[in-house]
Design a protein around this ligand. Sequence first.
Ligand code: FES
Ligand SMILES: [Fe+2]
Length: 396
Amino acid sequence: MLTNLWYVAEWSNAVKDKPVKAKLLGQNFVLYRDKAGKVHCLSDVCIHRGGSLSNGWTTERNCVACPYHGWEFDSEGKVQFIPSRGEGAPIPERARIDAYPTEERYGMIWVFMGDLPESERYPIPEFPEYDDRDNWRPVSLDFTWKGTVDRVVENGIDIAHTSFVHPGFGYPEMADKNKIIDVEKGEYWGRSSNVLHPPQLQGNFGLMKFFRKDKQPTYVTPSFYLPGHCVRLHIKVNSWMDMVIFDANTPVDENTTRSFAIQVRNFFKYPMFDGGAIKRTRNVFQQDADIVEALSPNYLPETLENEVSVEQDKFMGAWRQIRRKHIEMGWKIDTRAMKAYEGEKVFTIPSPARRTNPDLKWALDTVPMIGGKSDLIPTRSVEGGISNTQKQAETA
Ligand code: FES
Ligand SMILES: [Fe+2]
């Protein structure tokens, strides 16, 4: 699981006037709205005696109150009020928890899980169709996988599996006709253009058969973005029918992923077609989950020596390569090092204020990082663990 990225914590409409718990990267957070409607994200651990702020309430001071002794935390994580502190006593400087930057886009609450300053953060991926209601009709769905986020993203951009896993999108006997036309990639994203030959599309009361013939070449463009671990799949059904599935894939913990998915279509835009669109998209997620949840190993191998890759896997190679580069930059949480402390010690994801207040003695330790610094355990190095075979496979 990688830090220093934006992730989606919740749907916007799920956070109203009460604090809401969100779990990301194996840690608990609280989301709450202030009186102006701005959403905030704090660590869910009260540094007094460990109360869970998400079980508390929002206050007149625009704070979230801990349900145990009523300490109130503001949007920067600083304690503003301690009912039991003793008359006139000051609030200790260390009475502070981590607060994380938030943004609301596409009906989702995005939180920045790391300590990078604003200028160094990769942006939230663009999804221009979402706001263009004249031309696109959106539907959304929420899907939880018992699988690791890296496998989920890799599945989302994998073209070769469609012929076998999704009867609506591919024929096994046409699998060798599918082709990657082009792969592009940047520092934190990748995109590939593909031609597929899917069977007759079903649905929309049988109308689809008039618009695309059986096995007609169809252009499919999957993209991935490290921020949000987003996958964007653009399907050109024919010259005037397009559909985009945009999903942000949040690592809840090492083996649980929550997908916040929105499908937009530029055809049959009446609400009466929404139910069918949701049902078909959910079916596709379920078909994928049946495969992904049974993969061995269930996490993405750090080395490709035990796997064999071919031509149609090269876009997945781009994803693995970009992901690995960021592991080498020290962005991956060392969950194995944390296991030794399970139930005894609480860790938090470092927030931007830790960099701007280096002298402050924060009450909680931050999560240990692979290839990064840890005060607790000498961390495993990724150097030397990556062979030439893997490098070749990833750059293939
Ligand atoms: S544990 Fe939160 S106020 Fe005491
Ligand atoms: Fe799939």
